[in-house]
Structures are given as structure tokens and as C-alpha cells.
Design a protein around this ligand. Structure first.
Ligand SMILES: [Fe+2]
Ligand SMILES: [Fe+2]
Length: 348
């Protein structure tokens, strides 16, 4: 937990804005501030939820906006690697499953942008920050999908890693984020299972199909481990996010949990994971794994992954192509509002 002074320097005393972005009444005094701060800390300590209208330190709000926006962007960009296979799905059943999954990801993005708006963020501004590279999305979506086996491996490993990350977020201290995560996790569970089921089917197929699965696993394993972020020693914001109960576990803890869950699944599937150092450590009660190439992660985060430019270009084009839809929806909403106002006037 940051010290009282540290928090007070970044509170809404500086901006004069309340939790909903509205100006606080001028009579708000330092005593009110101190009381609001004490209430915030009590809610966190009691493991209760902070709601949009509650007072919160400005740094808590900024941390959440950054995290939730990055999460929303990841859901939206995450539609692209698998979306590329919608027109090439090998059967109607696989196409229907994949379509449902990709649509779920769009829905996840929308819940999360809404959660971000409850913190006072502006949706158009978030999109602008994404397409201009000022806000990030998960590095994993900058890798290409080379065969239909990639659809299965993304479901199994990428959605599987997302579940490890997101289940604890259902208890995140910020109410709208925690509630969005409950529904999202249910859908992620379906995503993980459809991926695993697809891989099981392919492993029971031809030698060529098995080779596609092995190749996809080899390509996605290490990037999946990187999804949990840098090692704890290089993750300076983790301690504060944990003190605020935005995060519940460190990056390394979650990564370890993912490895422990996934190794037996790989055995059941009959594939080996591309890590010669991967073995059970009876003393620790966990699997040990080999070193992760953190240079690769920072390269991909910096924009030098295999598909960064393509992902952003596609998103930018989609945003531009959707301009007329946004204009039409706004015009329609304005027309309805005007009609409702006239109606209310007549009724009054
Ligand atoms: Fe998702
Ligand atoms: Fe998913």
C-alpha cells in the first residue's frame, strides 16, 4: 500500500475531479478528502469492491484505466489471428465454433471498454491511443496463424493462459472490472475447450494433421509463457497493484500455475512441449521450465513482432470503414432524443 503522503499527492485534490469526472463541489475540504481516503483504504482492506462513484486515488484510477484499456485492446486485436481462418475452416461445424469464439472476443472488448468508461476514460480516445501505438495490447497477438491447427493451439494455450490471468481478476477490487471478468471467464473456458477438442481430433487424424499440431505447439508455447509479462523482479508496478487488490498474484506465480496445468494436458494430447528443461520438481511441487527469451518479448512489445504492423493497419482500416456506422448511430440517437424531448414536453 503506498504511504498516505504518496497517495495524497496524486488524489483528485490535484485535478479537482470526482470519480465520475465531475468537478467536486468547492466546499469539499481536506477533512472530506481524508475521510474519503480512509474509506477507500477500509474498503480495500475489507476486500470489498470500489464502485465508479466512490472516491479513489488518482493513481488507482490511472492504473486501472491503463490495465483495462490494454485488456480491451487485446480482446479486439485478438480477433484477427483466428479471424483470418473463418473463411477457410475445414467444416461448417468448425466454422460455426470459430465464428462464435471470435464474436465472443468482440463482446469481451466491448464490456471492457465500458468498464473503462466508468473510470472516466473516453472510448474514442482509447481507440485513438491503440491505433497510434500509445496504448499496448497483448504481445501474443503479433504472431501469425499458419495452419488451422493454430486455431486449436490458440484456444488451448492462449485462452488457457488468459484464464489463469483472468480468474483471479474476478475478485479484482474495482467492481465493474471484476463483474465483467466473471462473464468473460465463462466464455474463455469454452474457448479453451474448443481448442483442446480440435487438437484432440487432429491428433487422431492423419500424420500430416499431427505434424501441423506439433508445429503450432512449438511456435506458440514460448509466446504463451510471455503472456504473463516480465519476471517479478522486473515488474515494478506489481506490488502496488497487489496492495490495491487490482492484481491478486504475481506474473511468475500465474506463469507457474499455467505450466503446471498445461504439462499434463500436453501429455494427454500426445505432444511434447518445446523445452528440454521442462520437468517435475518434487521438492517444489511444480514443473521447472527453461529460460524465457525476454529479449523476444521486449522486441515484440516495442513493435518488432512478426505481425505488429499488420494488426494495427487492419484495426485502423476497420475503424475508418466503420466511421459511417458511428455517424449513423449518433444521428439516430440524436433524432430519438429530440423526439423523446418533444414527447415529454407534450406529456408535461
Ligand atoms: Fe476474450
Ligand atoms: Fe478467448
Amino acid at each position: 500500500m503506498p504511504s498516505a503522503e504518496e497517495v495524497m499527492t496524486v488524489t483528485d485534490r490535484r485535478t479537482g475531479h470526482g470519480p465520475d469526472g465531475a468537478r467536486r463541489p468547492p466546499e469539499a475540504t481536506l477533512a472530506d478528502e481524508t475521510e474519503a481516503q480512509a474509506r477507500f483504504e477500509r474498503l480495500i482492506a475489507e476486500d470489498q469492491r470500489i464502485e465508479p462513484r466512490d472516491w479513489m486515488p488518482e493513481a488507482y484510477r490511472a492504473t486501472l484505466i491503463r490495465q483495462v484499456a490494454q485488456h480491451a485492446h487485446s480482446e479486439i486485436i485478438g480477433m484477427q489471428p483466428e479471424g483470418a481462418w473463418l473463411t477457410r475452416a475445414p467444416s461448417l461445424r468448425r466454422k460455426a465454433i470459430l465464428l462464435a469464439k471470435v464474436q465472443d472476443e468482440a463482446g469481451h472488448g466491448l464490456y471492457l471498454y465500458s468498464a473503462c468508461e466508468t473510470l472516466g476514460a473516453d472510448r474514442a480516445d482509447l481507440t485513438e491511443k491503440l491505433v497510434t501505438g500509445r496504448q499496448k495490447y497483448s504481445s501474443i497477438f503479433n504472431y501469425p496463424t499458419l495452419s488451422f491447427a493454430d486455431v486449436g493451439v490458440i484456444g488451448w494455450l492462449v485462452d488457457g493462459a488468459a484464464i489463469c490471468n483472468q480468474v483471479p481478476l474476478c475478485r479484482s477490487s474495482y467492481g465493474p472490472y471484476a463483474r465483467a471478468m466473471i462473464r468473460i471467464c465463462k466464455e474463455e473456458s469454452f474457448h479453451q475447450r474448443q481448442g483442446y477438442e480440435l487438437l484432440m481430433t487432429m491428433m487422431g487424424g492423419t500424420e500430416e494433421q499431427r505434424a501441423q499440431v506439433r508445429d503450432a505447439v512449438d511456435r506458440w508455447w514460448w509466446p504463451s509463457l510471455m503472456m504473463f509479462g516480465p519476471p517479478d523482479a522486473e515488474s515494478p508496478n506489481t506490488a502496488r497493484s497487489m496492495a490495491w487488490r487490482i492484481k491478486r498474484h504475481t506474473n511468475d506465480e500465474l506463469r507457474q500455475r499455467f505450466v503446471d496445468i498445461t504439462v499434463p494436458q500436453a501429455e494427454a494430447l500426445g505432444v511434447s512441449l518445446p523445452d528440454p528443461d521442462l520437468r517435475w520438481n518434487a521438492e517444489r511441487g511444480h514443473y521447472d521450465h527453461g529460460p524465457i527469451d525476454w529479449d523476444e518479448l521486449s522486441r515484440v512489445i516495442r513493435g518488432d513482432g512478426p505481425c505488429n504492423a499488420e494488426r494495427i493497419a487492419t484495426r485502423r482500416a476497420a475503424h475508418r470503414d466503420g466511421e459511417w456506422v458511428r455517424r449513423a448511430a449518433s444521428a439516430h440517437a440524436a433524432k430519438r432524443a429530440a423526439r423523446d424531448a418533444v414527447g415529454a414536453g407534450v406529456a408535461g
